[in-house]
Design a protein around this ligand. Sequence first.
Ligand code: GRF
Length: 244
Amino acid sequence: MSKARARRKRIRLGVLVSGGGTNLQSILDHCRLGKIDAEVAVVISNRPEAFALARAQRAGAPTVVVNPKDFPDRERFDGRLVEVLREHRVDLVCLAGFMRLLTPGFIRAFPERILNIHPALLPAFPGLEVQRKALEHGVRFSGCTVHVVDEGCDTGPIVIQAVVPVAPADTAETLAARILKQEHLIYPRAIQLFAEGRIAIEGRVVRVKGAAAEGRALANPPLTDPKRPRPRAKRAARSHKRTR
Ligand code: GRF
């Protein structure tokens, strides 16, 4: 870790999980290696058997299970989540495969301070089983989105997206794996943008202060046929012949 980064204030993350926790792992790794100015203050799972809890414990992060079965309704369940997050003085809440919809009371407790990662290019394919739905629609590109959480389902302002091509032979599983690799890169990046105070929300649009636009365009299938030489390569070959 650079000395400058070691000196910078680290924001405290509360990560909410329900499952395997590969996104949590990526966040823990980025924190440990000093690649982001953040630390995981607490990991909360709604499922006691979630493997994400073992990942957190291995990394020395505090874990708490808040089981919905112990609460009479969603409001009180979410109220307990808010309590735990406040007890751990969390600056930013990160949903990482957390399979529950949050109540308006929870969203109001952390205004513009909740991020979620979703395995599709929102606003296309919100909700569940989105890789299968993307394949059924025959899309040529899919990807993932980190967005600020509002009261809708996967509807909040978009912070960062990564695009992956869809291959003709893809299954929902192979596509999900390709997308997941990008999730592990863009989630820590979004957290760092938040830590640097570079996320400005204007209505439903996030302005990322100081970010340059990505300039490359992609086509799928590609514009050139791999079996035919590309026109530019042909021209280069001809002019090479002439100069000999
Ligand atoms: C990820 O695909 C994420 O986008 C979605 O749930 C999955 C969680 O995976 N919200 P993991 O638990 O982080 O491995």
